[in-house]
Write a protein that binds this ligand. Structure first.
Ligand code: GLU
Length: 309
């Protein structure tokens, strides 16, 4: 059967949207050029490196000191949070700024950080086997994960939401997901929540949310679910194709992952976060990164300095 005019038009539009998203995610390709509507270097705060800083009670810090720099796990495909420019290899976003703040406070120049992209499902293992010193990448603090790793923070409060195509009118909240194909990242709290609380949804899992978004744009899935902060970034890149719907239906406090039991490191990071919230750097960093997806800077959530584990 020949394709109808509207089917062909729709295919052409999807192809265009994909091209636009690829361009946007690639930061337009040219080395050093900022992504569309992305953070401008000049607006980002500078973090003075702590002089003569020592943290001998922290095994993680002591090893990093010997090595000469920190190795920090992050995401590379989450607009305004953690994005890697494929041409220059540079990482940008709010999580990246938090990582830089923490590096400076621990006495390591932010320019020396070795960033490693680690997917949601692999974060605990990466911290447990010493592959990374810290993890900063939309990492929800919860009781289950606290048995495996430590968390400084929280430094931001997100909430689970839904991303759909702009031509989608049936899905307005998680209650509308029965029989719908819903995509999320393996090992993430949003994936686990849909599985436990909305079992009639047809769950599809990939390693990353950007693959879910590709599947949404090509009509392979009906919705993508994860934190609002992440989804708003994808929607902001192609506002004609994608929209975030409904209200957030969970609380996702973002923490800085550290190896479990390294309490000295965790509490030093809590101190560093508090200092950067107080001196205005937290807000400056937010405004230059995550703020660009459209939400004005909120008050940061209270830091949870929990007792030694
Ligand atoms: N914040 C959620 C989590 O930690 C979703 C985002 C992510 O997968 O990084 O699972």
């Amino acid at each position: 059967m020949p394709h109808s005019h509207s089917t062909r038009l729709r295919r052409a539009l999807v192809a265009l949207a994909l091209a636009a998203l690829a361009l946007a995610l690639a930061g337009c390709g040219r080395a050093g050029s900022p992504p569309v509507k992305g953070p401008k270097g000049s607006e980002l705060p500078q973090y003075p490196v702590a002089k003569n800083f020592r943290l001998p009670d922290s095994p993680t810090w002591t090893q990093a000191k010997r090595r000469g720099h920190l190795v920090i796990g992050v995401k590379e495909d989450q607009p305004y949070l953690g994005e890697k420019d494929p041409a220059s290899g540079l990482y940008t976003g709010f999580d990246i700024e938090i990582a830089k703040m923490m590096s400076a406070a621990l006495g390591f120049p932010p320019s020396t950080i070795q960033f490693k992209t680690i997917a949601s499902a692999n974060r605990e293992t990466a911290l447990q086997n010493g592959q990374i010193d810290l993890y900063v990448g939309t990492y929800t603090i919860n009781a289950k994960r606290k048995k495996l790793v430590g968390f400084a923070g929280p430094y931001y409060m997100a909430g689970q939401s839904l991303l759909v195509r702009t031509d989608e009118n049936d899905i307005k909240g998680p209650q509308d997901l029965a029989g719908k194909r819903v995509c999320s990242a393996a090992g993430s709290t949003p994936y686990q929540r849909i599985q436990a609380e909305y079992p009639k949804a047809v769950l599809v899992a990939y390693d990353t949310y950007s693959v879910c978004v590709d599947n949404l744009l090509t009509y392979q899935v009906d919705a993508v679910t994860t934190d609002d902060a992440i989804l708003l970034g994808y929607a902001a890149k192609v506002p004609d194709e994608l929209k975030v719907v409904g209200k957030p239906f969970s609380e996702e406090p973002y923490g800085i992952g550290v190896p479990r039991g390294d309490n000295a490191l965790r509490l030093a990071l809590d101190d560093a976060l508090a200092a950067n919230e107080k001196n205005g750097n937290w807000k400056k960093a937010y405004d230059a990164t995550l703020g660009l997806s459209g939400v004005p800077a909120p008050e940061p959530p209270p830091i949870d300095r929990y007792p030694a584990t």
